[in-house]
Structure formats: structure tokens, C-alpha cells
Design a protein. Structure first.
Length: 174
């Protein structure tokens, strides 16, 4: 009986230690959601996130103003360097990302410090949207992609949220 009690205590202690270790390790889903902290008002924007093998994603939606932000934290098994970014994020990449939209037209792209920004116009259900799509090399195994989409008729919200997300790279200069 004493032996069983000791085994039970050892097992419970081990379970508690493992549980605490898991609590202290931050999951990548929290990392991606943290990009919206201080940017998207929680009482206004709905947030969701998802972990997958090749990426961790977060999405923020505000249906009242037709705003959408989508962040992809792309996982690379083989190291990727900043100069390789254009080899991955090509026209084919953007066509796949915006496959559910019509009339995709890239209006501008630029390199702003460590961030690449692509600007697009797209059409969805008869409404024209402006899109800003940032790409940032995080480390050799992670690249952040984030697009922000608003109706083209609402440049004020687009500019406000773009500046909150990327204060040093909110828009390509004229």
C-alpha cells in the first residue's frame, strides 16, 4: 500500500511539472495573435487563429467597416535568407492568396527597411477593395506575411490600421 502511494505521488508530481513546463512555453499561436495587440480594438474586431504544419495564422475581421487583416507566419524547414524572399513571394504566390477575388491588380511594391510591401486592388462581390500586403523576414525559419484589406472607398481606415501595424512602412511612397 505504501509503495502504491509513493508511485502515485511520484506520478502526480511529474504530471504537475510537465504541465507547468508546457504553460511556460509560448505557443506560436499567441505570437501571431500578439501582432494585433494595440492595433485592432477587441470590442470591434473579431480575432481567430490557427496552427498548421506549414504556418500559423491569425485573422481579424470587422464586418461593420468591411475590414480584414490576415497574418501568416510561414514555416520554412530549410533556412530562408532575406534575399530569397522575392523567389518565394512571386506573382503565382499572390494569385493563390487572392484566388477567391477577381480583378487583382498590383498597383505598387516597395522595400521599406526590413519589410517588403505590395499594394493591390481586388474586386469581391462587386466591391473594389484596396490591399496592402507586407512581407517580413523574421528569422531563417519564419517569414511573416500580413495583408490588410478595406473597401477602396475607405482610405482613412486603411491608413490608420496600416500605420498601427507598420509605423515605418505603412504605404509605398508615391
Amino acid at each position: 500500500m505504501v509503495k502504491r502511494l509513493i508511485i502515485l505521488v511520484v506520478l502526480l508530481t511529474g504530471a504537475l511539472l510537465v504541465g507547468r513546463a508546457q504553460d511556460t512555453a509560448e505557443r506560436e499561436i499567441y505570437t501571431v495573435l500578439s501582432y494585433g495587440d494595440g492595433v485592432f480594438e477587441p470590442e470591434q474586431w473579431l480575432a481567430s487563429a490557427r496552427e498548421e504544419n506549414g504556418r500559423t495564422t491569425a485573422e481579424w475581421r470587422d464586418d461593420d467597416i468591411s475590414g480584414l487583416a490576415y497574418l501568416g507566419y510561414i514555416h520554412f524547414d530549410n533556412p530562408i535568407q532575406p534575399d530569397q524572399i522575392p523567389l518565394v513571394f512571386t506573382e503565382d504566390w499572390f494569385n493563390a492568396v487572392f484566388a477567391n477575388y477577381q480583378g487583382i491588380v498590383e498597383t505598387s511594391n516597395c522595400q521599406l527597411d526590413e519589410v517588403t510591401l505590395h499594394e493591390f486592388n481586388v474586386l469581391q462581390a462587386g466591391v473594389r477593395f484596396s490591399v496592402r500586403y507586407w512581407i517580413e523576414h523574421i528569422d531563417e525559419n519564419r517569414v511573416l506575411t500580413l495583408f490588410l484589406m478595406f473597401p477602396s472607398a475607405d482610405p482613412e481606415n486603411m491608413n490608420t490600421y496600416a500605420e498601427r501595424l507598420f509605423p515605418d512602412a505603412p504605404i509605398c511612397a508615391g
